[in-house]
Design a binder for this molecule. Sequence first.
Ligand SMILES: Nc1ncnc2c1ncn2[C@@H]1O[C@H](COP(=O)(O)OP(=O)(O)OP(=O)(O)O)[C@@H](O)[C@H]1O
Ligand SMILES: [Mg+2]
Length: 250
Amino acid sequence: MRDAPSHGFASLLPLQTCDLTFTAANGSRLIHGIDLTLDAGSLTVVMGPNGAGKSVFLRLLHGLLEPTGGTIKYAGEPLSDAIRKRQALVFQKPVLLRRSVAANIDFVLKLRARPGSTQPDPVRRDELLDQVGLLDRAAQPARQLSGGEQQRLALARALATRPDILFLDEPTASLDPASTLMIEQITSDAHAAGTKIICVTHDVAQARRLAGDVVFLSNGHLIETANADDFFSNPKSREAQAYLEGRLIV
Ligand SMILES: Nc1ncnc2c1ncn2[C@@H]1O[C@H](COP(=O)(O)OP(=O)(O)OP(=O)(O)O)[C@@H](O)[C@H]1O
Ligand SMILES: [Mg+2]
């Protein structure tokens, strides 16, 4: 499999959080004692209203924020640099280098190249750019790309590392339908090739297309976890019911 992750998704999973808590420097508690187990095999979608703590939660899982309480374990091991290197995160707003499209991919390929491998790897880079429909833009400055194109480049860059776990934070929030479908296809392909995907989205139709299981957060609390069919046909919590019906709960 061309895009198979380096170690196979079983190796970092299950991902288990126990009483995971995060209190910001200003004293506000953003994540409240989350107990959750995510297994291999299923594409996980994280949903919840604005401000629910979804982005903070992903940052904690990826080690960009340090929990103020509780634990995160990958296959029983606490998060370490070695584990982080086998993960990638695509942010809500893409963060790209002030260089060409190609250089943005080369940078990551060089960082992750194994000792003894030939560098750079233009074949792999072009393969990735082709996958996200940006091959003909390779020489262009990345910051000149449209928002949707930048998001596709950010996804290609994340996949360049062949991550075992890929966190996506609203990867299609500002994209048109064609770009959205392209991102979904790439995400599905990565999932099929064995990458564990944990994707935040507000797009219910997208969640229905992609999700194997759903994690629903509200006000920093884990409200509900369910397989996708159950969640969409019969959400248990009134918060999830309201969210799916487009109602605000106060
Ligand atoms: N470093 C911080 N210090 C204080 N508050 C923060 C910090 N980071 C985030 N917050 C607050 O925590 C809450 C959760 O933020 P988060 O970005 O995780 O929400 P979200 O669920 O991703 O929302 P959205 O759907 O709008 O992206 C928000 O109210 C936000 O303002
Ligand atoms: Mg967010």
